[in-house]
Design a protein around this ligand. Structure first.
Ligand SMILES: [Zn+2]
Length: 281
């Protein structure tokens, strides 16, 4: 299952050459025969642990377990060290120690912080967010921001201006490479970190039952990037497995009963998205 997924993913995402080589190795096609005799490919893969804080809850078949790299977080405006430590689910004192920080208030915009004990796949631009225990998430609702640009902070500010006191209405944002974020980066919002209701679909009790994921972009005008789609597939699959959400409950905003919206846009590749999800079932 793992091999099939990586093979298809590599073919469908036009991964960089280095990543393709890694995937080829995982798929076993670059390994000499002698290697197989000594060590089965499966155990070679399993022996390389993927050290992210939520590793115990991530489905092992969808996150590459070879080729991981350390995670550095670049400080953005309005971020606090406390919030950054919460985001990666690493104790504040450990983040401070790893970066020789004595006073948690003394961080600067643009500063690169090593996040200790956390690594990410070299293949993707995202770190899978921490998925805490919860039992009321029944749906995953996919949106677009209907903006050309954005990041967690700017969308948060936009939603605060709309009068939503808890800020960004989505639980997760998948960036598109604008406003200082990488294409396909996943940001977990405050509502996710505090396990609060969203403000993304006000019909059918979906703000309470549904995890809101939004992709930055206006997909009535432009296309979803491959990096964004890949991140969405991985995040959705992790959420499905973590909270027992069936594929039938992975819906677009426009499909929420009672919703009158085009969100996430007519160009959103819904069929391809669900096919990618099915492939890694
Ligand atoms: Zn929407």
């Amino acid at each position: 299952m793992r091999r099939a997924f990586f093979g298809k993913l590599a073919a469908s995402t036009a991964a960089p050459v280095a990543a393709a080589l890694i995937l080829a190795f995982v798929a076993g096609c670059a390994a000499p025969k002698a290697y197989h005799k000594q060590t089965p490919a499966t155990s070679a893969v399993q022996s390389q642990s993927f050290m992210i804080p939520s590793a115990d809850i991530l489905p092992s078949n969808i996150i590459p377990q070879a080729a991981t790299i350390p995670v550095y977080h670049t400080v953005h405006a309005k971020e606090t060290l406390w919030r950054i430590s919460k985001q990666y689910h690493v104790p504040l004192n450990e983040v401070m120690a790893a970066n020789q920080i004595r006073d948690a208030r003394q961080i600067k915009i643009g500063q690169r912080l090593l996040i200790p004990g956390v690594t990410r796949s070299a293949t993707y631009n995202f770190v899978m967010p921490y998925l805490p225990p919860a039992d009321h998430w029944k749906y995953i609702v996919v949106h677009h921001t209907a903006t050309r640009e954005g990041n967690g902070e700017t969308i948060n500010a936009l939603h605060l201006r709309r009068g939503w006191k808890e800020g960004m209405g989505y639980h997760f944002l998948i960036d598109n490479g604008t406003d200082g974020r990488a294409d396909g980066e996943i940001e977990a919002g405050r509502r996710w970190q505090r396990q609060m209701d969203g403000a993304h679909s006000n019909k059918s009790n979906m703000n309470h039952l549904g995890i809101g994921i939004s992709l930055v972009g206006n997909f009535s005008e432009v296309q979803v990037s491959e990096a964004q789609l890949t991140a969405l597939v991985q995040l959705t699959k992790s959420l499905q497995q973590r909270y027992g959400i069936p594929l039938s409950n992975v819906i677009s905003h426009r499909d929420v009963p009672g919703a009158a919206t085009e969100c996430p846009g007519n160009n959103f590749p819904w069929k391809r998205f669900t096919e990618m999800l099915k492939r890694i079932n």
